[in-house]
Design a protein around this ligand. Structure first.
Ligand SMILES: NC(=O)c1ccc[n+]([C@@H]2O[C@H](COP(=O)([O-])OP(=O)(O)OC[C@H]3O[C@@H](n4cnc5c(N)ncnc54)[C@H](OP(=O)(O)O)[C@@H]3O)[C@@H](O)[C@H]2O)c1
Length: 265
């Protein structure tokens, strides 16, 4: 019998693609105004085998401006979900590496969050693992896709390259971007991971400027690419997840896949 997976944030950027990719997913209603009892009631009534939690306040600037709402969304709600006792797969972020002093690529144990969102994601990881060591935390990179019918659009690397006259990316910042369809398609494997924290996305040895220049060339885009100057690396070493069969394309192969899927070339 198939597992029943409760997906939070089912109309969000990642959640909508997960709903599209899985045929055993049940969409959760918005958790924004729920308290812990409401979350427990929802999970009790749905009786899922596991929860894939994508709902979050995911914009760094919005979090800084709304610290209370951000703490509730990014720390408390995930903790309430884990406390229901149902196994949870929770999205975290590569931002936990935003203040690392090493050159990278960063493995899971080398963390130094440099903004509120990142500090909250790290607190969420630690507290949910304390509450249930079987919890799986997925540290995602910046993700991209074309707009999806019926789903609110969200700015991303691909769309800004397609739509902007001019973009700024660093010629020194090593950072991968990941095709969100791949993130969604690998969820059945992520659900089977042993409890713990995993870097979950594409790897790349390129700088953001090199990736942007590659995409400009691949699609013959008119966009002008300027150097954003030195920025902190955010590249991840994803060998831990790979050892468990969670294999992503590297950034350029992910972009090639997306270009082919949408017939963009
Ligand atoms: N997008 C990226 O490139 C990226 C990169 C790294 C990590 N992540 C992480 O991946 C996960 C999914 O990201 P995403 O881009 O799909 O997020 P998103 O589209 O910004 O938001 C997902 C859903 O979160 C819910 N939400 C928004 N504000 C909320 C609040 N204050 N309280 C509770 N729920 C709230 C909304 O659902 P309702 O309207 O139903 O409430 C929204 O549809 C998040 O944990 C994010 O931090 C994303």
């Amino acid at each position: 019998m198939q597992m029943k997976i409760l997906v939070t944030g089912p109309r969000g950027f990642v959640g909508a693609r997960i709903m599209d990719a899985l045929d055993n997913a049940v969409p959760a209603p918005s958790l924004r105004n729920m308290d812990e009892d409401g979350v427990k009631r929802l999970v009790d009534e749905t009786e899922p085998d596991c929860i894939v939690h994508t709902a979050a306040m995911s914009d760094i600037g919005t979090c800084e401006r709304n610290p209370e709402a951000s703490y509730r969304a990014n720390v408390e709600i995930p903790l309430w979900l884990v406390r229901t006792g149902v196994r949870a797969i929770l999205f975290s972020s590569d931002q936990v590496y935003s203040g690392c002093s090493g050159e990278g690529p960063y493995a899971e144990d080398e963390v130094a969050p440099a903004n509120l969102y990142a500090r909250e994601k790290l607190e969420m990881e630690r507290r949910t693992l304390d509450a249930n060591p079987d919890t799986v935390l997925l540290r995602a990179t910046w993700m991209y896709d074309m707009p999806m019918y019926g789903v609110p659009n969200r700015g991303n690397f691909l769309m800004s390259m397609l739509r902007s006259a001019e973009v700024c990316y660093s010629s020194t910042e090593h950072r991968a971007v990941t095709y969100v369809r791949e993130v969604a398609n690998l969820i059945p494997k992520a659900v089977c991971l042993p409890g713990g924290v995993y870097n979950y996305g594409s790897e790349s040895a390129l700088t953001m400027m090199e990736t942007a220049l590659w995409l400009k060339d691949a699609l013959s885009l008119p966009v002008i690419i300027r150097d954003a100057g030195p920025q902190h690396h955010l590249w991840m070493n994803c060998s831990k997840a790979r050892a468990h069969g969670v294999r992503f394309h590297n950034t350029l192969d992910g972009l090639r896949q997306c270009i082919a899927d949408y017939g963009l070339a």
